[in-house]
Design a protein. Structure first.
Length: 118
């Protein structure tokens, strides 16, 4: 059983940076991919980007491409979402998700709030 623990959310001003962390524990050898999603108030959940566990290839939604970066620290077994040049429209609850045993996202973190406001 894989569990995901997220951290790093907070309140920042427009233009600031913030880094979210997601640490999978458990059967990490069965991980195929990890991703970040977000959900703003009154909106549907939105895909942000993902990283393939074996190759560390990354993919991003157009809305964050060039501003957000997903990376993995093998030593710490942690995935990061580095968010730069944050905008108010980035305000949302951010969720980490994992594809365990396949490419479907079947394990989810608890979510962390990111608020971008002046």
């Amino acid at each position: 059983q894989v569990q995901l623990v997220e951290s790093g959310g907070g309140l920042v001003q427009p233009g600031d940076s913030l880094r979210l962390s997601c640490a999978p524990s458990g059967l990490t050898d069965k991980l195929y991919t990890m991703a970040w999603f977000r959900q703003a108030p009154g909106k549907e959940r939105e895909y942000v980007g993902r990283i393939t566990w074996s190759s560390a290839n990354t993919y991003y939604a157009d809305s964050v491409k060039g501003r957000f970066t997903i990376s993995r620290d093998n030593a710490k077994n942690t995935v990061y979402l580095q968010m730069n040049r944050l905008k108010p429209e980035d305000t949302a609850i951010y969720y980490c998700a994992a594809g365990v045993g396949g490419w479907d996202y079947n394990v989810w973190g608890q979510g962390t709030q990111v608020t971008v406001s002046s």
